[in-house]
Design a protein around this ligand. Structure first.
Ligand code: AMP
Length: 549
């Protein structure tokens, strides 16, 4: 027997219409090269409708892919609602990918239009000969349209101006595709994920729960995570759904700009990868900002060093909340907040350990860890296994990609992350399957070593990679960036002594190399692939030196 409920599709359009009706004067602030731009949810709604009608006039039809090549700002937000709202698919292109990868993605997704920031035009201009199916480019600029070789080209502002304000978004099927995003991927070409309206709606509802990201109308939400990286982790949707004020940093991601914007707009919740917050933490040690409005810094995308969680709290009274997710998961998977009985009973140090774990699964995310033989491993906090997940906002396949086959195991999505799960259900990401150091048949977690090294007071950043070893197959090499004031004043011995006692002896890196900077991926994570390439011809130090440590 079926329930007797109204047939009411779960689509993103409702978020926008609700915010415009209930919070019409709530502000949306964008930091643009031309200055601070402010408008309201009423304006967002009005302009999104005009834009949708103009895009239809340009020939965009339901199911067509409309790509964006842009920073975080109000226009990108308008596209977030206008494109899925008219039944087309918003494809957010990662502006930091290599040109060839951008061309691959645009062609693979068969993008019809690309909407681009004027400041990013040069990248697309160089690529345009390779962008086969693109029928037009829409340029977002504050003043007159800049000169460009792209053709045909349209002005975003003119389209909005000429659009129809009386436009009504059509009724959509909740299973229709709304957004498309490619994973930057560590090997091979990027893979496409295609999110439905329903998946994003349910994801948003869960994300807003108090034990997940806990968003309310009272918040001022600033995603630093780019709108081209898994929908800025869903925050623009979540903020719109609850009617929170939004702040978008545009291209201004330097810690000084971030701190100033938090202070100026009284931001309460912000989110981004650890690199951003490591930079902010260092800045706050020497420059004063009033960040007292902040009640949560959501950090994910890579493991969050324990020292960072501890440092923010101890030195500045700021709370860091770690979350884990993936492009394939829209992206929310787990959030690390201590359960109340643990908070009440665990000593400080253990609570900190817990918050440095990736957390417990959000409602509707099911997870398990599986060993080499495909057997589920126990939730004992010790046994490692590959993390597999399933749930309503997890992809069931990659978009037109044969690599779907190896990505699934009997209905579960294989994350490629190696984890332990403790009896309370907290996962700890031990490594990527590809980044583990396999030493003498045992696994060493590069991530745990990195985090421990990054807790050293003289260290800014550290990455650990596997280097082939004649006896042990692979051994860990630590690549370390010292803080500016300690350049040339830090030794391998200091690092190894700092680590000893924290790990089994055989886990300790066989060598420590100091570098100026670490290569980062397009979304700001340590690029282990590039680092491995950089150290391709590295040879281990002579044995006696090895023994001396
Ligand atoms: P992406 O699809 O680019 O968001 O990358 C997803 C991958 O980032 C995951 O599979 C993890 O390997 C990594 N990741 C995301 N969040 C975290 C986290 N909090 N701790 C450790 N790794 C993370």
């Amino acid at each position: 027997m079926k329930g007797l409920m109204m047939d009411y599709p779960l689509t993103l359009t409702h978020f926008l219409e609700r915010a415009a009706k209930l919070f019409p004067r709530k502000e949306i602030v964008s930091q643009l090269p031309s200055g601070t731009h402010r408008y309201t949810y009423a304006d967002l709604h009005r302009r999104a409708r005009r834009l949708a009608s103009a895009l239809e006039r340009l020939g965009v039809r339901p199911g067509d892919r409309v790509a964006t090549f842009a920073w975080n700002h109000h226009r990108h937000l308008e596209l977030y609602f206008a494109v899925p709202g008219l039944g087309a698919v918003l494809h957010t292109l990662n502006i930091r990918l290599f040109p060839d990868q951008i061309a691959y993605i645009v062609n693979h997704a068969e993008d019809k239009l690309i909407v681009v920031d004027d400041s990013l035009l040069p990248v697309l201009e160089k690529l345009q000969d390779k962008l086969q199916g693109v029928q037009g480019y829409v340029v977002m600029a504050d003043g007159p349209l800049p000169e460009t070789t792209l053709a045909p080209v349209y002005s975003y502002e003119e389209l909005v101006e000429q659009g129809d304000e009386a436009y009504e978004f059509p009724r959509l099927d909740e299973d229709d595709a709304a957004i498309m995003c490619y994973t930057s991927g560590t090997t091979g070409n990027p893979k496409g994920c295609l999110y439905s309206h329903k998946a994003l709606v349910v994801h948003t509802l869960v994300e807003c729960l108090p034990d997940c990201l806990g968003l309310s109308e009272r918040d001022v939400v600033m995603p630093i995570v780019p709108m081209f990286h898994v929908n800025a982790w869903g925050l623009p949707f979540a903020a719109t759904l609850v009617g929170a004020k939004q702040v978008h940093p545009g291209p201004f991601l330097h810690p000084r700009d971030v701190a100033a914007l938090i202070q100026q707009e009284r931001v309460t919740i912000t989110a981004g990868v650890p690199t951003i917050w490591i930079g902010l933490y260092e800045l706050l040690k020497t420059e004063r900002y009033d960040l007292s409005s902040l009640r949560g810094i959501i950090v994910g995308g890579s493991a969050v060093p324990k020292s960072l969680i501890e440092g923010f709290e101890r030195d500045f009274g700021l709370q860091v909340v770690q979350a884990w997710g993936m492009t394939e998961m829209s992206p929310l998977g787990t959030v690390s907040r201590p359960k109340s009985h643990l908070e009440a009973t665990l000593p400080e140090e253990e609570l900190l350990e817990l918050r440095a774990k990736q957390g417990i699964p959000a409602p509707f995310v099911e997870l398990r860890a599986v060993d080499d033989q495909g057997r589920e491993v126990p939730w004992d906090g010790r046994t490692m296994g590959e993390l597999q997940v399933r749930g309503p906002w997890i992809i069931r396949e990659y978009y037109h990609d044969p690599r779907t086959r190896e990505a699934f195991d009997r209905g579960w999505f294989r994350t490629g992350d190696v984890v332990t799960i403790d009896p309370e259900g907290y996962i700890r990401i031990v490594d990527r399957t590809k980044d583990l150091v396999k030493s003498g048949g045992e696994w060493i977690s590069s991530v745990e070593l990195e985090n421990a090294i990054m807790a050293h007071p003289k260290v800014l950043e550290a990455a650990v990679i596997a280097i082939p070893h004649p006896k042990w197959q692979e051994r860990p090499l630590a690549v370390v960036v010292p803080k500016d004031e300690f350049k040339g004043q830090i030794t391998k011995r200091e690092i190894l002594e700092f680590l000893s006692g924290k790990f089994a002896k055989w886990w300790l890196p066989d060598d420590v190399v100091f570098v100026e900077r670490l290569p980062k991926t397009s979304v700001g994570k340590f690029d282990k692939k590039a680092l491995r390439k950089q150290f391709e011809s590295y040879t281990w130090p002579p044995r006696e030196e090895e023994g001396a440590d």
